[in-house]
Write a new protein. Structure first.
Length: 255
């Protein structure tokens, strides 16, 4: 069931989204050579505390996971696509890092992700991150009243495939509102004109995930959470929480 949010609810979700945006900006600023993933998690926790918000990630236990998630950010490095668990790993020059973060405030959830390079960038990584952002922008651009879920999926997939990147099957965006994950599912590849019609008041987390090597294969690491590319290539992830309105898409997690 898809809950349509009224304008008051969307405004409240924007407030949550700004907590998410602030945390991601703080994490990005703190990230540097020698900084541990656990230290980045603590930066995000401090933003949550300061805003009086809570984490929908901490303690989250979906059906595929062996244990509850132990952190407030997902920190995925290099060949990790998504769901990386922060640990004592210290960032190295040239690492490609994807950070996914969510918050709950006033009964509403927000969710967003960024990818960035630590220290000296490699040209291939810059292109991968830039393409993830372009795919996200294309998906948001298709999130208009009168379109369908398939139009968002097609827009994302077209950018990714044209650049020669892989798309992990079965993972994509989702509805969001009172809970972090709600209906509908938002695939990262699909046929235009298909799927659920988009209506004013739908709020979606749109999140392309790209595999740099061009293949779609991935596997779960031994922790049962982290998804890694099968070919060992690097990955990138970008995400915003977006409200569909008659005035056009409203990015609630805009940074």
């Amino acid at each position: 069931m898809v809950e349509l949010k009224n304008d008051t609810a969307i405004d409240a979700m924007y407030e949550t989204g700004q907590v998410v945006a602030e945390a991601l900006k703080a994490v990005r600023k703190a990230a540097g050579v020698g900084v541990s993933l656990l230290e980045l998690d603590e930066v995000a926790r401090e933003v949550l505390r300061g805003a009086g918000a809570t984490s929908p990630f901490l303690g989250y236990l979906p059906s595929f996971a062996p244990t509850p998630f132990p952190a407030v950010i997902c920190a995925s490095v290099n060949d990790a696509i998504v769901h990386g668990i922060p640990d004592g790993y210290r960032l190295r020059d040239g690492d490609l890092v994807s950070v996914d973060f969510g918050a709950e405030l006033g009964g509403w959830a927000g969710d967003s992700a960024i990818s960035f390079i630590v220290g000296t960038p490699r040209a291939d990584d810059v292109r991968l991150v830039e393409t993830a952002e372009r795919a996200l922008a294309a998906g948001i651009g298709a999130a208009v009243v009168g379109n369908r879920i398939g139009d968002i999926a097609h827009a994302i997939g077209t950018v990714c495939r044209a650049a020669g990147y892989g798309i992990p099957d079965g993972f994509g965006g989702h509805g969001i509102g009172r809970r972090m994950h709600e209906d509908p599912s938002v695939p990262n590849e699909g046929r235009p004109g298909r799927g659920m019609p988009l209506r004013h008041g739908m709020v979606l987390a749109i999140e392309p995930m790209l595999v740099g090597g061009g293949t779609d294969g991935f596997h779960a690491a031994s922790d049962g959470w982290t998804l890694r590319t099968d070919d060992g290539s690097r990955a990138a992830h970008a995400e915003h929480t977006v409200a569909i309105t008659t005035a056009g898409p409203r990015i609630l997690t805009a940074r």
